[in-house]
Design a protein around this ligand. Sequence first.
Ligand code: OGA
Ligand code: NI
Length: 351
Amino acid sequence: MKTSNIHDVQELKNTIIPDRFVRDLHERPLLPTFSNNNILNQVPIIDLAKINDGDLSEIANLAVACQDWGFFQVINHGIGEKLLDNIENKAMEFFMLPLQEKQKYEMTPGAFQGYGQAFVFSDQQKLDWCNMFALGVDPPFIRNPNLWPTNPPNFSETIELYQSEIGKLCKKVLRYIAMSLNVRAEVFEEIFGENVQAIRMNYYPPCPRPDLVLGLSPHSDGSAITILHQKKDSSVGLQFLKENNWVSLQPVPNSLVVNIGDTIEVLTNGKYKSVEHRAVTNEVKDRLSIVTFYAPSYQVELGPMSEFVNQNNPVKYRYYNHGEYSRHYVSRKLQGKRTLEFAKLTTDAMA
Ligand code: OGA
Ligand code: NI
C-alpha cells in the first residue's frame, strides 16, 4: 500500500490529541467565547457598489481599513450567491471523500499544490488542525492537471468559474486600493504583469480540545491581496493581530474577507501592512474557508514605489524578484511575518 505524507486530521477519531498537534503553552489560542466576543466582528465593511458609483467617502473608508486593519469585508462584490454556494458545496463534497480518494491528489513534501498539509518541513514541527487542498490557477503554466479532481463531478469546473470571477474582483479591489493611496488606479495591474492566482481550501474539522491546537499557524500572506470565503454555518475561526491582540473575525453573510498581503506592504513601503493571522478550531463545529491568493507575475522585480518613500519614511524594503520571494515563502514553515524579513532592509543597511 502507498504510504502517505498526509497527516489527515479528519482521520483522527480518538479524543486524545496527538502530541504533534499540541502547541507549546505560549502558542495556544484564546478562543472566541461569549465572554470575549467583544473582539468579534469589528473589521470595516466596504461597500464596493458605493465605490463603483463614485462615492469618495467609501474610498476614504477603504484607506482606513487598509492602513489600520489590513483586513476588511467587502459587500456588493458581484460574486453570485449561487456560485459561492456551489464552490462551498463542491469543496465539502471533496473533503468528505474517503482519504484514499483524496490521496490521488496528494501534496508531495515541499510542494504547495494538492491535498495534504502545506508548510511541513520536519518531523518535529507542530501540525495544524487542518486539511488543505491547493491549486495554482493562473497563469496556466503553473497548473498541474493531475491535481485537478475528477471527483466530485464538476468540482474542477466550479473552481475554474469561481477563480475567474474572483480574479476580476481582485483586479477591481486593487484598483480601489490604488485610488485609496492616491496613485493611478491601474498602477498595480501594470506592475504585476501576468498575475499569479492560486486557490487554497482549508477544512478544519471539529477538535475535541480547541484550546490546545491551532487550525492554521500564524502567518502573513505572500500575495498582494487575499480573498477569503467561509462556508455558511462555519465556526468562527479566523483571527488576526490588532494592536498585538488576537481578534476573531466573523464574516457577515454575503461578504468576502479581503486582506493585504506582503506585496502591497513592500510596494507601499509599509503604509499598508500585511497583518499576521491564524485560524483556531471549534469543539463541535467544523469550518471551511476558500482562499484565493492574488499576486504579481513571478518575473516581476518589486520594491517600494517612489510615491511612498521620502525623508520621513525612508525606504524599508529592498528590490527583489517576486518569483524568488514566492519560492522563499513556500519553502519554510509559517512563522508570523518572518518570511517578509527576506525583503526588509536592516537598520544598518539604511544608515
Ligand atoms: C490562509 C489563511 C485563514 C482561514 O489560507 O492563508 O489565512 O481562516 N486562512 O482559513
Ligand atoms: Ni493567510
